[in-house]
Design a protein around this ligand. Structure first.
Ligand code: ADP
Ligand code: SF4
Length: 652
């Protein structure tokens, strides 16, 4: 939410403090207009007028007895300065790595003196705003101190370039300045990306990474260690299934410094956390995503309620919101980002009103979340699922290559539902109009999902694709149901541009199919740029020898061949095709809703999840959660939810 939504930010951070996190840090915080990340809403501390907004946050954190940390950052050549139009700053003349803005210019000595002054000013303001820990930030390829450390960014000939000692100089100065200003009133942490995960082409932990730690070992009060860049730091389970994947780096730092060390790496298992601290790999467990997925993770460990932890699935939908400049959201935790706007608490929900019972049809993410929250509110809940197994699209998608951890969405909710006395769950129960009415439950939530189309209608072919009668055409649902393509080349046509087309390509290539991936987009799975995965997705297809054809539409599918046309010129071509898998768009399953809507015997019939609007799993969970919260609220109250927003005060 950042500087644009300070109340929402404060409420969200305060929720983590309430959940037991000892220290709650904010996101990177721009210290000066030359570090302008617009249009993205990160933290901002340009001048004294930014203090009150941050004070809201530190107050909310302190209210629950936690410490507040601020990640001061000057983004240098990572800041396009689109709002301020200031020249971007870097150790040496270089390109800007975010966007297509003008180049960054090399900092002269005056710029370096200015940077130190801006950082000191920001540290002073941080103390005024009530922070307990101030960060010097050299990570993620995103800040000037980090750029100075790296030879590929820094080819200076003066005392700030050349030897490692020289390249560390600026970081040392910033740390010393901040320590002097803090005067022991607050801690000074150093966030350092010890390895660029590029092998010999970048900084390696065993080489210069270690050297930096040795040079600065006892200077900061706290070492916060990770890897660069952000896609390596915040890896998804699709490509890095292991939790705690950064521990090998932490171990090394711990051996060099006597100061405490904190690190991240998607820690979700309390046993692993305890064992790492016991083994002396680190002193404190750091978490961004696990604290988003479950702000109450520490409290649950403290109370011995480990089974109740809502584990992060490593999908980076949280990151996708940042990438789009909108408030944070989370697949597992639908209350994330809604603490202030809607007043949602991840662990609390209002008790039921006058109604007694509810029926939820469909056990995908929307149905499971809705049923769980209704049960928490105290209603008697009947959950009916047509299939033999519960979980809907989550169970089906989790069966595809790389997505196994997504089943946590289902496991967490089923674990909760199965322990409750007020829930009846029925599988193998396809309900029609008569069955619903026979049940006699007057409040019906329909989470009947959506199915992929078989005719190719979608983003490009608004009226569908011409398909010969004897052509073999599959949908993603067929593949998830275990139906295999025929012999010969398999053409996967991705006109959806989400994650699923790419996942299916790796899945079917791993099953031995000869896959050609055709997409109307200019790259494989463009959506996954938002989740920091696109490079890995494209690489994973190339490594499997999947032929990739971009910017082409599939116009016609015949036996053994399909006809393509270029998205730019319309030029036609032909491609061998034993079978085609069409990933275009989904149809909502609304038959039951249409049959029940307005029925006199029913008090409420509500469509939720993908049946209401096909989207991400996160959207389905959110929709189910919202429906459960809003049940028995007045329509005008529900309507008002959309209008709670933070409006900028008109001051100079
Ligand atoms: P969402 O993402 O909205 O939760 P899913 O597609 O994951 O939706 O799940 C929808 C579920 O609803 C599927 O498991 C499907 O079997 C089930 N379903 C659809 N129609 C009916 C019905 N008439 N009766 C019972 N279950 C149904
Ligand atoms: Fe984890 Fe996904 Fe939630 Fe992010 S959105 S915290 S990766 S579950």
């Amino acid at each position: 939410m950042g500087y644009q939504r300070p109340r929402a930010e404060a409420a969200m951070r305060g929720m983590k403090a309430e959940g037991g996190w000892a220290v709650v840090c904010n996101q990177e915080t721009e210290i000066h207009p030359t570090s302008d990340l617009s249009p993205f809403a990160e933290g901002r501390l340009w001048d004294d007028r930014d203090i009150p907004g941050l004070r809201l946050m530190t107050d909310a954190i302190h209210e629950h007895g936690s410490l507040a940390g601020i990640e001061l950052a000057h983004n240098g050549s990572h800041a396009p300065n689109l709002l301020t139009r200031a020249p971007a700053l870097a150790p040496s003349d270089s390109i800007i790595d975010a966007g297509f803005a003008p180049q960054a210019r090399a900092m002269d000595k005056e710029d370096i003196r200015n940077l130190r002054r801006w950082h000191r000013d920001a540290a002073r303001r941080s103390i005024e705003a009530g922070f307990d820990i101030i960060y010097v930030y050299a990570g993620h390829h995103m800040t000037i101190p980090h750029h100075f450390l790296l030879p590929q960014h820094n080819d200076r000939m003066d005392e700030y370039g050349g030897s490692l000692e020289n390249r560390v100089r600026l970081t040392r100065e910033l740390l010393e300045d901040t320590l002097e200003l803090a005067e022991g009133k607050c801690g000074v942490a150093f966030r350092f990306a010890i390895d660029e995960v590029q092998g010999a082409d970048g900084m390696q932990a065993e080489e210069e990474g270690r050297g930096v730690v040795e040079l600065l070992a006892e200077l900061p009060d706290l070492w916060d260690v990770n890897v660069a860049d952000w896609p390596n730091d915040s890896q998804t389970t699709r490509f890095q299934p292991e939790d705690g994947y950064q521990t090998k780096y932490l171990e090394m730092v711990k051996q060099i410094t006597s100061k405490p060390v904190v690190g991240v790496g998607r820690f979700t298992s309390p046993d692993m956390m305890a064992s790492l601290v016991r083994k002396g790999v680190l002193d404190m467990i750091g978490a961004a995503r696990p604290s988003i997925s479950d702000p109450f993770l520490p409290k649950k460990i403290e109370d011995g309620r480990v089974d109740e932890i809502r584990e992060c699935i490593g999908c980076n939908i949280c990151v996708s919101a940042d990438s789009q400049g909108v408030p944070i959201r989370c697949t597992q935790n639908p209350t994330m980002g809604e603490e202030w706007r809607r007043g949602w608490h991840p662990e609390k929900i209002a008790a039921k009103g006058t109604e007694e019972a509810a029926l939820v049809v469909g056990s995908g993410p929307a149905g499971l979340e809705c049923a769980m929250q209704l049960a928490r509110r105290g209603y008697h809940v009947t959950l009916a699922e047509a299939g033999k197994e519960l979980g809907g699209r989550v169970r089906r998608e989790a069966g595809l290559t790389g997505l196994a951890a997504w089943s946590r969405v289902m496991d967490y909710r089923l674990g909760d539902l199965q322990q409750r006395g007020n829930v009846d769950i029925f599988t193998d129960s396809p309900l029609g109009r008569d069955e619903v009415l026979e049940l006699g439950v007057p409040n019906v939530f329909l989470a009947t999902g959506a199915r992929w189309r078989r005719d190719g209608q979608g983003r490009t072919a608004r009226f569908g694709i011409e398909i010969a009668d004897d052509a073999m055409v599959l949908t993603p649902d067929d593949v998830m149901d275990g139906i295999r393509p025929g012999n010969g080349p398999l053409v996967i046509y991705d006109d959806d541009h989400g994650y699923l087309g790419g996942v299916l390509a790796t899945h079917l290539a791993d099953l031995g199919h000869d896959v050609t991936f055709v997409t109307s987009a200019n790259m494989v799975s463009p959506f996954t740029e938002l989740t920091l995965e696109q490079g890995r997705v494209q690489k994973s297809l190339l490594e499997r020898d999947v032929q990739i054809i971009t910017a082409q539409a599939v116009d016609r599918i015949e036996t053994e061949v399909c006809q393509l046309s270029c998205m730019y010129t319309g030029r036609a071509s032909r491609l061998d095709c034993g079978s085609a898998l069409l990933v275009t768009r989904r149809d909502r399953v609304t038959r039951l809703f249409d049959d029940l809507r307005g029925h006199a015997d029913l008090n409420k019939v509500e469509l939720i999840g993908d049946a209401a609007a096909p989207g991400l799993i996160a959207d389905a969970v959110y929709s189910g959660h919202r429906a459960a919260r809003n049940f028995e609220r007045l329509p005008e109250e529900v309507e008002q939810d959309y209008y709670r927003r933070e409006i900028t005060a008109l001051e100079g």
